[in-house]
Unconditional design. Structure first.
Length: 114
């Protein structure tokens, strides 16, 4: 299955962006979808995940600012990012975990700068 992410861009500090990701096969069995990010010179880190039962998990650095949502029937996931900070600048990757393995999207750049 392929993951197609969209919604990145340039935003000023305090602004908002919404990332979206869709799996190429709606009927593919996925247990968890989520978002990770990788800033220059840093390791990829978890941002937020949502399970097929709608259980969510957030990195401490984004709690209260980011909201993850998903449509289990359509195999889509979205990340609403509010109150963005320069330290949120990174390439954001969509992720899906299924009984058949782990899948990654191509990454979308988010830049927070004035």
């Amino acid at each position: 299955v392929q993951l197609q992410a969209s919604g990145g861009g340039l935003v000023q500090p305090g602004g908002s962006l919404r990332l979206s990701c869709a799996a190429s096969r709606r009927t593919f069995s996925i247990n968890t979808m989520g978002w990770y990010r990788q800033a220059p010179g840093k390791q990829r880190e978890l941002v937020a995940t949502i399970s097929s039962r709608a259980s969510t998990n957030y990195a401490d650095s984004v709690k209260g600012r980011f909201t993850i949502s998903g449509d289990n029937a359509k195999n889509t996931v979205a990340l609403q990012m509010n109150s963005l900070k320069p330290e949120d600048t990174a390439v954001y990757y969509c992720n899906a975990i299924s009984p058949y393995g782990q899948f990654w999207g191509q990454g979308t750049q988010v830049t927070v700068s004035s």
